[in-house]
Design a protein around this ligand. Sequence first.
Ligand code: UDX
Length: 465
Amino acid sequence: MKKVAVVGAGYVGLTTGAALAYLGHRVVVLDVDEARVEGLRQGVLPFFEPHLREVLALAQGRIRFTARYEEAIPQAEVVFLAVGTPPGPKGGPDLSQVQAAAEAIGRHLGEGFTVVVNKSTVPVGSGNFVEALVRRAYAQAHGGELDGRLAVASNPEFLREGQALYDSFYPDRIVVGAEDPRAVAALRELYEPVLEQSFPPPPFLPRPERMGAVPFLTTDLASAELIKYAANAFLALKISFINELAALAERVGADIREVARGIGLDSRIGPRFLQAGLGWGGSCFPKDTLALLAMGEEAGVPLPIVEAARRVNFAQRQRVVGKLQEALGTLRGRTIALLGLAFKPHTDDLRESPALELAALLLERGAFVRAHDPVALPRARREVALPLEYAETPEALLRGADAAVLATDWPEYRTWPWGSLRALFRTPLVVDARNHLDGEELLRLGYRYLGVGVPQRGSLVREVS
Ligand code: UDX
């Protein structure tokens, strides 16, 4: 059992804190937002994440929330930095929250040995930056040096929103970058139940079959920091690659889903993250690819592959607009029903959501956009500045629509009663921007159905062949 402080009660911090407390550690989660802390104490979660509430309930007694550094830091053996790193003006992340947290940690460190661990996604070199800030703040507050009582580490987080708890308990690997072996030892001990898979699985998150011991990769600070960016950029370019080929597949009469299956069976490529669609969004891929480019520029190393992945990604939204425009003649005055607003299913997160970017493009062309989302509507009403109309039910969404566009692949959209809904449309056109619906069935029901990278019925190529 270790005493842990987590600074930042956002996605990463709260999930990490909950999972560590579930595993038996004593955890204090700190956030400077007092309203958020007060809410958490009363069981109000600041975002929607499956199983977070249940895991927190099972960890009760081992996890506390505070807005005061003096209640979290002095006793902690391991302090995680999990604060926000939003994009700054030049593409690189804004590190002001990291800086403020590191300084506050330094001022409040106790007498024992402490490992300060960076979990926020920060540019290479940030570990050293944090160490210098903590040491300076400690010296200023206490008048003496920390010397050997501090070690820093980088422990990048790979969790996916919507599956954050699952990913915390059953990760593909745990990466730790540190120069001080004591930091590595502390983190190995902290994660031991996960590394050995020796904890009782939460009943609602059964251990996956074939789950063995989890690889523990220890490396230097800079490499660990770069691993996080490299992983996210690689996944982003995998998706951009399949999206680029989807456009070609459409033209030559191939089906991108078959192509993805065919290449995915090659174990060197792998089947995942090859789903063509509206492109990627969310709080990580857009920000991290941009930060990587900024890092490259600063280091004088161009990164044309990452640059191209971003370009292809943003063009993907345009392609869907193009399809609608072609099918409807014009977008001016047309009513487009948007299925999904969140950047992906099982979350209400709207940050850099492809659905919202698509909505903005449609509005620019004079369309009316009416949107539905099973979970994100309340957040959309609060946060989205676009003049969207919101619909709570399939009927309210589709009445008088000129087209429906599926933008987020929520499972429930597959089971909507498409047969009876057809009569509500002005023109029964479905653009499935995630290849998520049963296209054959929709065609049978009398819809015009357009997917991404799938052969179009009656396309030129098909007629010729
Ligand atoms: C991602 C990484 O997966 C995670 O490891 C990292 O720590 C944070 O960033 P997340 O942003 O939660 O996680 O979402 P993810 O599930 O990776 O999806 C990202 C975007 O890619 C979504 O918009 C999703 O719709 C899109 N996507 C994903 C595709 O378009 N096709 C795919 O095949 C997979």
